[in-house]
Design a protein around this ligand. Structure first.
Ligand code: ATP
Length: 287
C-alpha cells in the first residue's frame, strides 16, 4: 500500500464542565463528546524522500513542524525507525480554532493512517496512548462516535447509541483563544453546570428531544459576554427551527440540533440572513 485516504471527523460537545484547575496547569474536565461528519480529508502518500511534508488547502494553518499532522507522523516514524518519507495532504473543512478539535482530528487520522500504511499493528488503545502526548482531544478523535471524556479529556468512556441528529454548524468571523477561555473560567463563579448523567441517559435512550433540553457548556458563560454574535447565532438557529443551539468547546462555533434533515436544510436558508456568519455547514452525528 502506497497511499491511504481518511476522513478526519470534527467533534462537538454535548456537555462540557470544567471541574477545576490542577497543579500541572491543566484543567479537570467532564465532557460529552460527539463526532460529526463535518470532516477534513487526509491523504498520506509514501515516498523515498526520508522527509515529512504537509500540504493543505488553506494557508490559515501551518505547513511546518508545528502542524499536528506532521507531529503525528514524526512520532511514529521515530519510534518505529521508519526511513521512508510521507506526504500528508489536508483538505481543511472543519472551522479553524473553532472548538471542534480540527487539529486534533487531523493528528488522530495521521496516527491511524500511518499505523495501516506501515503495518505497525498498534491497537486503538496503543494509538490513543501516543495521541495524548500530542493533545488532550486526540484520544477521543481516535476513538470517535460518542464518549464521556474526563481527566484532561483523555479518560474516555464510550456511550453506544443509535441517536440520529442533524446539525447546522455556524461559525462567526471571530477567534477565541482557548488559553484565554480557560483563564477566564478560573475567575468566574459558574452558574449553570451540565447534568452530565442526564445527557448520558438521553443519548443512551436515543432521545434527541430530551438531549437537546439537557446540553450545556460552561464556556458559554465566559465566551458569550465577550462575543455577542454567538448569542445572536444561537437565537437565530432556534428561531429557524433548532430544538436547541449551543457553542462547542471554548467557541466560537455554534451548532443547532434538528431531528429531521429537511428542517436542518431549511434552517440553513433561514439563518443565512444573519450578517455575522463566516462559515455554515449541514452535518450529522457519527455513531
Ligand atoms: P480544540 O477544540 O481542540 O480546542 P480548535 O478546534 O479550537 O481545537 P484547531 O482548529 O484544532 O482549534 O486549531 C488550533 C491551533 O492549532 C491553530 O492555531 C492552528 O494553527 C494549529 N494547528 C496545528 N495543526 C493543525 C491542523 N492540522 N489543523 C488545524 N489547526 C492546526
Amino acid at each position: 500500500m502506497k497511499q491511504i485516504k481518511l476522513d478526519a471527523y470534527g467533534k462537538i460537545n454535548l456537555g462540557l464542565d470544567v471541574l477545576g484547575k490542577r497543579d500541572d496547569g491543566y484543567h479537570d474536565l467532564d465532557m460529552i463528546m460527539q463526532s460529526v461528519d463535518l470532516a477534513d480529508k487526509i491523504i498520506i502518500t509514501k515516498n523515498d524522500s526520508g522527509e515529512i511534508t504537509v500540504k493543505s488547502s488553506t494557508s490559515k494553518i501551518p505547513n511546518d513542524k508545528s502542524n499536528l499532522a506532521y507531529r503525528a507522523a514524526k512520532l511514529l516514524m521515530e519510534e518505529f525507525g521508519i526511513k521512508k518519507g510521507v506526504e500528508i495532504e489536508i483538505e481543511k473543512n472543519i472551522p479553524i480554532s473553532g472548538g471542534m478539535a480540527g487539529g486534533s482530528t487531523d493528528c488522530a487520522a495521521v496516527l491511524k493512517g500511518m499505523n495501516k500504511l506501515f503495518k505497525l499493528k498498534l491497537t486503538e488503545q496503543q494509538l490513543m496512548a501516543r495521541g495524548v502526548r500530542l493533545g488532550a482531544d486526540v484520544p477521543f478523535c481516535i476513538m470517535g462516535k460518542t464518549a464521556r471524556a474526563e481527566g484532561i479529556g483523555e479518560v474516555l468512556t464510550p456511550i453506544p447509541n443509535k441517536l440520529k441528529g442533524y446539525l447546522v454548524i455556524a461559525k462567526p468571523p471571530i477567534s477565541v483563544s482557548t488559553g484565554f477561555a480557560y483563564g477566564q473560567i478560573d475567575k468566574v463563579k459558574i452558574k449553570n453546570r451540565p447534568n452530565t448523567e442526564g445527557i448520558i441517559d438521553a443519548v443512551k435512550e436515543n432521545d434527541l428531544h430530551s438531549l437537546a433540553k439537557t446540553i450545556c457548556n460552561v464556556f458559554e458563560e465566559v465566551t458569550i459576554p465577550e462575543h455577542k454574535e454567538i448569542e445572536e447565532i444561537k437565537t437565530k438557529l432556534k428561531d429557524c427551527g433548532a430544538l436547541n443551539a449551543m457553542m462547542s468547546g471554548s467557541g466560537p462555533t455554534v451548532f443547532g440540533i434538528f431531528d429531521d434533515k429537511k428542517k436542518a436544510v431549511e434552517a440553513i436558508d433561514c439563518i443565512k440572513e444573519l450578517d455575522v456568519l463566516e462559515q455554515l455547514f449541514l452535518a450529522k452525528f457519527v455513531n
